[in-house]
Design a binder for this molecule. Structure first.
Ligand code: ADP
Length: 401
């Protein structure tokens, strides 16, 4: 085993904690864990290391701290604990305050708290997780890496909504965007893959997972993105509607007797691919069903691809030109079907598809999938948000790698 310093990357939800120990030099994950049902009596944590997977019940108060303590005990079993040099924390919302990743101190904690109004489900969980990790890994530097930070370079014309100004000045109502860590990683990797400088590329990157968004990246900087004040805006997603006429709230209140909370929950959890197909939020399941003649599944995939293609054109406008369209995330990296459908709408931008190359660029393999010699390029570049968090953490902790 190498003697490189290791980084622990943590991603905490309100009742979950995901952790990974990474070697930043070669990107290897030496140990990973997922704690579930935190705060409940049946809380447990699952560890994966050296090809082995096992589950441990979490006693005590079943808290995030108990989960981090169990992680520490497991690290000791694998003789990894003394090699961990810093801890990187994923934080969903950094508002306008955080434009980059940062070392965590008391002021940073207060500022993450201030952003709770913008991410009421996520930021409190991150704070719990950071406090738990600071207690257990007390001597190590801790770093916060924000999903929103990369998008802070968007110009005002892209991030402002056409609503009364005071909604922005008093309440911070604007477009913030998400998946920034993924976009930063994929933009860098695309430049590396193409052997070109990031600062000379106009990219449109589509991050297509359960949550999905798309970003215009010009010269390495975000110029516009599809998610907004919350992750609900933009593309069709697994269970989220994406863009919709906001009048749906008053319409459904009057006609379907639903209240605001019910409609919000429906747009977030019962819509998107799931709502359209009446079958599943999972792209793979829908592809199989569509192949067997399920009409709803086919419609869901058609709407997903068409809306995405429209956004590719919009993001091309944000950049002023297009060198490459890049697919990433579980769907972007694996669904040859969706990529083909999206590109079939985009001949208008000069985009094309090479069917064999499309089939070859799957399951973690990067590749150019447009036809040889044609521009703009279409590419598949696998994302790695954990590695990006680990690299930021190592750099801010001053580790020489
Ligand atoms: P998350 O946003 O939760 O990180 P992922 O990036 O893992 O999600 O993406 C999950 C999505 O990727 C699911 O819709 C899944 O069906 C899709 N996906 C994964 N593998 C394939 C595949 N081989 N073909 C089509 N879709 C796939």
């Amino acid at each position: 085993m190498s003697n490189h310093p290791l980084i622990l990357v943590l991603n905490c939800g309100s009742s979950s904690l995901k952790g990974a120990v990474l070697d930043v030099v070669n990107g290897k994950v030496l140990l990973s864990c997922v704690a579930e049902k935190l705060g409940f009596a049946d809380a447990f944590i699952t560890f994966k290391a050296d090809g082995d997977k096992h589950k441990v019940a979490l006693g005590g108060d079943h808290s995030h701290t108990v989960a981090v303590e169990a992680l520490m005990a497991e690290l000791k079993v694998h003789h990894l604990h003394h090699k961990i040099a810093a801890v990187g924390h994923r934080v969903v919302h950094g508002g306008e305050r955080f434009t980059h990743s940062t070392l965590i101190d008391d002021q940073v904690m207060r500022d993450i708290e201030t952003c709770i109004v913008l991410a009421p489900l996520h930021n409190p969980a991150h704070i719990l997780g950071i406090r738990a990790a600071q207690a257990v890994f007390a001597d190590l530097p801790h770093v916060a890496v924000f999903d929103t930070a990369f998008h802070q370079t968007m110009p005002e014309q892209a991030y402002r909504y056409a609503v009364p100004t005071e909604l922005y000045t008093q309440y911070g109502v604007r477009r913030y965007g998400m998946h920034g860590t993924s976009y930063r990683f994929v933009a860098q990797e695309t430049a590396r893959f193409l052997g070109r400088a990031e600062t000379e590329l106009a990219l449109v990157i589509a991050h297509l997972g359960n949550g999905a968004s798309i970003t215009a990246v010009l010269n390495g900087q975000s110029r516009d993105t599809s998610m907004g004040l919350t992750p609900l805006e933009g593309l069709v997603m697994g269970t989220r509607s994406g863009d919709i006429d906001p009048s749906i709230f008053s319409f459904l209140q009057e006609n379907a007797n639903l209240d605001m909370a019910e409609i919000t929950a429906m747009l977030n959890h019962k819509s998107g691919l799931l709502g359209l197909s009446d079958l599943s939020n999972d792209c793979r399941t829908l592809e199989e069903a569509a192949a067997n003649g399920h009409k709803g599944a086919l419609l869901a995939l058609e709407v997903f691809a068409y809306r995405l293609a429209k956004y590719v054109a919009a993001m091309t406008v944000a950049n002023g030109r297009l060198d490459a369209l890049v697919f990433t995330g579980g769907i972007g990296e694996n669904s040859t079907f969706v990529r083909e459908k999206v590109l079939s709408h985009l001949a208008v931008l000069g985009l094309s598809i090479d069917h064999d190359a499309n089939l070859a660029a799957c399951f973690g393999r990067a590749g150019i999938i447009s036809q040889p010699g044609k521009t703009p390029l279409a590419l598949v570049i696998p994302t790695n948000e954990e590695l990006m968090i680990a690299q930021d953490t190592a750099q801010l902790a001053g580790l020489s790698i």
